[in-house]
Design a protein around this ligand. Structure first.
Ligand code: AHR
Length: 525
């Protein structure tokens, strides 16, 4: 029998709420149709945002939303998306599906969406094809509270108050769609661009995200960290007359200025393509071997965080730079009959397991992973919501994100499994169970467990340092059929349900996890 030992006395690190973040790109039907339908739509909306979608997302406690891309970000010129809608430029979205982008969703609309969701903002700037001036002016437009050309333009466009930009990405995938750069070249560009991402309000410092590696490109991490951390003297300490005291005076003065760091986060992108990037494979039609292969690949996230983290530690031993996994999830073949450039895919119990496994990994690495964003929020890749006209359904991944919301902002607890079998088919071997445990401010301990087996249930014996814990809430997402998913005709096939297959004993709780399951137990003394 598997045993889960929890040391509730050892609170390890806060799980930042932003680890449960989302990503919305101008891609397929994510923004248009999925989120934004415009004020004149018959679909109920508030300022153009779908009411059903916003309400469902609010239940997830979405902490942060990244926008406008993705690859789209490095071709996005923000001035095209402001001002009267009838004057906004229409263009072809060359990255995604070759459809017309009418720019009716721009900066004001994004900020309105974040206001409705009550989430933090993460704007991704254009380094690949935009200028330093353009990026700098965007930040000025969004955040400057005073008299300036960009602040005045914002006011003319109907928003007197500045917004808060919590996170700002300086380019996206600059090793690929964001300019095909080498790590050193990008890192030097990053240093230059980020200089002009000004902080106009010292109480709301913008956190900067530097473009990190694709999957296991460790050379990228090394090259970027080395270059970004390369210290120039910045004029400080340069003392042509050899007067060291003069240099110190400059340093002292500088200490009074609120500190803006060169880099706050390094991103990492990792998608699970069970059958390889080219083939991708169906989202709903797969066999047992592909099930295990998918979960095996999802587990690789752990290795990636460790390895990239080790390289980061070399330059940043105090872990001041967070890892920002701002694109993660499954990437399958698009649904038959849909535009391949729209990346629309179904979402099964297998996706629920990928989500459960990945979020447990992020929790376990709470000391390094500070932000993450599931790709993408609606109608694209491993979406939490799918829409068709006025209909909307929640996917199995939605229900997992909903259960796991209790980890947001909680303290990671020390926990470890023993007696876990390795299961799988052929070389795709995975541990049968994965877990993570946290304690919220209300003292409730949240335990999330996954049973990766498609064949067998597993009893997990849960023991704490102290005795007397009782279950206050228990939920499950599962289905006996690994292919199970929700459709517009059958929207409730896979949902979150109450879970009662556990026993409370004197000094432990024994939970019986069915095959293919993601379980949440919340306990208190
Ligand atoms: O999420 C889809 C795409 O995947 C993003 O635009 C890009 O950053 C990544 O390659």
């Amino acid at each position: 029998m598997a045993k889960l030992y929890i040391n509730e006395e050892n609170e390890q690190c806060k799980i930042e709420p932003e680890v449960y973040g989302h990503f919305s790109e101008h891609l397929g039907r994510c923004i248009y149709e999925g989120i934004y339908v415009g004020e004149d739509s018959d679909i109920p909306n508030v300022n153009g945002m779908r009411v059903d979608v916003v309400e469902a997302l609010k239940e997830l406690k979405v902490p942060m939303l990244r926008w406008p891309g993705g690859c789209f970000a490095d071709e996005y010129h923000w001035k095209d998306g402001i001002g009267p809608k009838e004057n906004r430029k229409k263009m072809i979205n060359t990255h995604w599906g070759g459809v017309v982008e009418d720019n009716s969703f721009g900066t004001h609309e994004y900020m309105e969406l974040c206001r409705q969701l009550g989430c933090k903002t993460y704007v991704n700037g254009n380094l690949g094809s935009g200028t330093v001036q353009e990026m700098s002016e965007w930040v000025e437009y969004m955040t400057f509270n005073g008299v300036s050309p960009m602040a005045d333009l914002r006011k003319e466009n109907g928003h007197a108050e500045p917004w808060t930009v919590d996170f700002f990405g300086v380019g996206n995938e600059n090793w690929g769609c964001g300019g095909n750069m080498t790590p050193e070249h990008y890192a030097n560009e990053y240093r230059r661009y980020q200089t002009y991402v000004r902080n106009y309000d010292s109480k709301k410092m913008i956190k900067k995200v530097c473009c990190g590696p694709n999957i296991d490109d460790y050379e990228w991490t090394e090259g970027v960290m080395k270059t970004v951390f390369y210290k120039t003297n910045n004029g400080v300490g340069v003392d042509p007359e050899g007067d060291a005291a003069a240099a110190e005076i400059v340093l002292e003065d500088e200490e009074e200025v609120p500190e803006s760091s060169m880099i706050d986060y390094l991103s990492l992108h990792y998608y699970v393509h069970p059958e390889g990037w080219k083939i991708k494979g169906s989202s709903t039609d797969f066999d047992g071997e592909v099930w295990y292969k998918t979960l095996y690949k999802a587990l690789f996230m752990d290795t990636l965080i460790k390895r990239h983290g080790t390289i980061m530690d070399k330059y940043d031993p105090d872990k001041e730079v967070g890892l920002c996994v701002d694109e993660w999830g499954t990437w399958f073949k698009n649904e038959p009959g849909t535009n391949p450039g729209f990346l629309y895919q179904q979402n099964t119990v297998r996706d629920a397991l990928v989500a459960g496994i990945t979020l447990n990994i992020f929790n376990k690495h709470a000391d390094r992973v500070k932000i993450a964003a599931l790709a993408q929020m609606v109608n694209v890749l491993q979406a939490v919501l799918l829409t068709e006209g006025e209909k909307m359904i929640k996917t199995p991944t939605y229900h997992v994100m909903h259960m796991y919301r209790h980890h947001q902002g909680a303290m990671l607890l020390e926990s470890a499994l023993t007696g876990v079998d390795e299961i799988g088919i052929n070389k795709w071997k995975v541990p049968k169970i994965t877990e993570s445990v946290s304690k919220g401010e209300d003292g409730i301990i949240t335990i999330t467990l996954n049973n990766l087996s498609i064949e067998a249930a597993e009893d997990v014996d849960i023991q704490f340092a102290d005795k007397g814990y009782k279950v206050v809430e228990a939920r499950i997402v599962t289905d006996t059929d690994m292919h199970a998913h929700n459709t517009f005709d059958a929207p409730e096939t896979v949902t979150e349900k109450d879970f009662d297959a556990y026993k409370e004993e004197q000094d432990k709780i024994v939970a019986s996890l069915p095959a293919n399951s993601v379980v949440e137990l919340r306990v208190k003394k």
